[in-house]
Design a protein around this ligand. Structure first.
Ligand SMILES: *Cc1c(COP(=O)(O)O)cnc(C)c1O
Length: 408
């Protein structure tokens, strides 16, 4: 049988202009982790996000590591972090010997719950062990509700690091994602909305913090005529080649966002009528970059769990992915404290993980490919509705209950 090309979740999408900056790097022999492309990419990024300063790194993980380091996180310090996220949000805290506490999601944004954060901070204050930083993640391009989170953080004097690895170009009340907290970080990994083949960035309005991050990223070399070092540094700078790719990618970011949003809209248009399927919300006052279209599959209506749907899709040559497994459920963090959104119900992040699936959403997905995805999903879901329409199975719907939690 003739196999058609596998449809991927989110693959690199070059604009064609990248080669120009790479060629320039070759012609001038700037094949190094510094150079004119690096400087320009940093300036472009600061201009685009509206942050006062930016510095680029060789990964988003490195950027989080540097953000924690410049905020003075040390061995034995506490760091709070969203539980519903990719492991890279939290690992850098372990590099520094810090202790992590995880905060649940809220239904309205799927991101950090202000209610859970309030309880965690109040308890930390009573114990006189406030965290040195709070890492707030904006998953799949959707913004966390920053106003209440910032109010809490300010009240306790704890800085927020925004992990905007998935939300470059998204915004919250017209401010670009990553520029609301003390420091924001981005990722330019191959599957992100734009890519440098691998890379990251820090942005901040505090130019001194960015300057310190740059210093630490280049081995923390003291201003001396020889190699002298007083603090521990890292080799985290982005290469001049990667930065060249980044310059050209940033030029098409707005187009990429428009495409991803159109992909989301088509999924909604073709599938929203199916009872028991719900898409990730977009909170009022926020603008999502719709990095990945994600949906929830109600287990009281469909007998196939997301993991089985993923396997069926794979057999049809289509890559899908489960939502992030919450970090408080990871064996690595089995002893870490965790604060849930609502103390009397299951954690929101666990419900989302058990019901959610990410669909192919790359900006280079063709309309034909997307219809192949939609038709395959229809094949999986539509027959089930007919066979499970007995009233007994529809008395409780976790999907609607998760979305109807009171927000305050
Ligand atoms: C991709 C990602 C990172 C890490 O970025 P890398 O560039 O891959 O190191 C961190 N946090 C989140 C939420 C991510 O999705």
């Amino acid at each position: 049988m003739q196999r058609t090309k596998k449809i991927l979740l989110s693959s690199p999408h070059m604009s064609g202009n990248e080669q120009h900056y790479i060629d320039q790097a070759f012609q001038t022999n700037w094949i190094a982790p510094l150079g004119p492309n690096v400087n320009q990419f940093e300036e472009d990024l600061a201009r685009y996000t509206g942050a006062k300063a930016a510095t680029v790194t060789n990964s988003g993980t490195a950027a989080i590591h540097l953000a924690l380091a410049v905020l003075g996180v040390k061995k034995g310090d506490r760091v709070f972090c969203s539980s519903f996220t990719f492991i890279a949000s939290a690992n850098p805290a372990l590099y520094l010997g810090a202790e992590l506490t995880f905060i649940d999601s809220e239904p309205g944004t799927w991101n950090m719950s202000p209610r859970a954060l309030a309880r965690a901070l109040a308890e930390a204050k009573r114990e006189q062990r406030l965290p040195k930083a709070i890492i707030v993640v904006h998953l799949y391009g959707q913004h966390a509700d920053m106003d209440p989170l910032l109010m809490l953080a300010d009240a306790y004097g704890v800085p927020i690091i925004e992990d905007a690895a998935e939300s470059l170009g998204a915004s919250y009340q017209n401010k670009k994602s990553g520029t609301l907290g003390k420091i924001g970080i981005y990722s330019f990994n191959g599957n992100k909305i734009i890519t440098t083949s691998g890379g990251g960035a820090l942005v901040s309005d505090d130019e001194e913090l960015i300057e310190t991050a740059r210093f630490l990223a280049t081995q923390a070399k003291d201003p001396a005529p020889y190699y002298q070092h007083s603090t521990v540094g890292y080799n985290y700078r982005m290469s001049n080649i990667s930065a060249g790719i980044g310059i050209a990618q940033l030029q098409v970011l707005e187009e990429r966002i428009a495409t991803r949003r159109a992909i989301f809209d088509l999924y909604v248009q073709e599938m929203n009528a199916i009872e028991g399927i719900q898409f990730m919300p977009e909170m009022q006052g926020t603008f999502s970059n719709r990095w990945l279209t994600t949906l929830l599959i109600d287990p009281t209506i469909f007998y196939q769990k997301p993991i089985e749907v993923m396997q069926l899709m794979d057999q049809a040559g289509i890559e899908t992915r489960l939502l992030w497994k919450p970090l408080h459920l990871q064996p690595l963090f089995k002893d870490a404290p965790f604060y849930r959104h609502n103390e009397r119900t299951s954690p929101v992040s666990e419900l989302l993980f058990s019901m959610g699936l990410c669909l192919p959403s790359g900006s280079n997905l063709t309309i034909e490919e997307q219809y192949r995805v939609i038709e395959t999903l229809h094949h999986i879901f539509l027959p089930q509705i007919v066979s499970t329409s007995s009233p007994a199975t529809q008395t409780f719907s976790p999907v609607s209950s998760i979305l109807s939690y009171p927000l305050t």
